[in-house]
Design a protein around this ligand. Structure first.
Ligand code: NI
Ligand code: MN
Length: 228
């Protein structure tokens, strides 16, 4: 049995057979964070969707301290590697086997800069992840607008989907509910909302808009977890 814990914004901790991992570990400066980087002493992997501050967050510090491998798209991975981080430099649509299960990078309709000393550099493309842990398929969408690419995920038979709902930079509750209709996951968890004024929204509205029997919406408060 695995656990999935919401840590605020787009950050999650997942633990299962052979894996202890973080998604988008943005804790420092995150008003919604329910964890601090030092909470993670033992980690195998970090799944990083793109280079924006509210996702890359504490990645470099945590990865170097725990020796966790960072999975992300090739260009951003090369940058992290230059900082002394262990990486899996995959790319969109690519799938590979790892001791804990398979990982696939999915398209995300969003930007992916590398920001350093106030300068913006090319960082490849933003991505999402489908990872397989303990026989379950878990989809973290990253930051993305609604895109027809999500139709392709229906065939993946996703068990748990984490979807941004805050609008402004990503899907809002209306588009995220349409994404649920395309993906048809067993469980949908809203993320990327209420952290900043621009992405204020009501997750209950997302749940109402989904309103179907195929998918159960689970609204997690930061620090809350579910077992799968
Ligand atoms: Ni972003
Ligand atoms: Mn973001």
């Amino acid at each position: 049995m695995g656990i999935l814990r919401y840590l605020g914004h787009s950050a999650f901790y997942i633990e299962g057979n052979g894996i202890k991992a973080l998604f988008d570990p943005f804790f420092t400066g995150n008003p919604m964070a329910s964890a601090v980087p030092e909470d993670f002493k033992e980690l195998t992997s970090i799944f990083l969707t793109h280079g924006h501050d509210d996702h890359i967050g504490d990645t470099i510090e945590i990865a170097k301290r725990t020796n966790a491998t960072v999975f992300t798209c090739n260009e951003l991975a090369c940058y992290l590697q230059s900082k002394g981080v262990k990486v899996e430099a995959m790319h969109i649509g690519g799938r590979a086997n790892f001791p804990f299960g398979r990982v696939k990078l999915t398209p995300a309709w969003h930007g992916c800069p590398i920001v350093e000393n106030g300068e913006i550099r090319y960082g490849g493309v933003a991505c999402g992840f489908v990872i397989e842990v303990d026989g379950k398929k878990i989809y973290h969408a990253g930051d993305t607008g609604l895109t027809m690419e999500m139709m392709l995920l229906q065939a993946e038979k996703v068990d748990i989907a984490m979807l941004p709902i805050g609008g402004y930079y990503t899907m809002d509750t209306e588009d995220a509910a349409r994404a649920v209709g395309m993906i048809e996951p067993c469980i949908a968890i809203p993320m990327h909302y209420n952290t900043f004024p621009a992405i204020q929204t009501d997750p209950e509205e997302f749940a109402r808009r989904v309103g179907n029997e195929l998918t159960e919406v689970k609204i997690l408060i930061p620090g809350e977890e579910l077992c799968f």
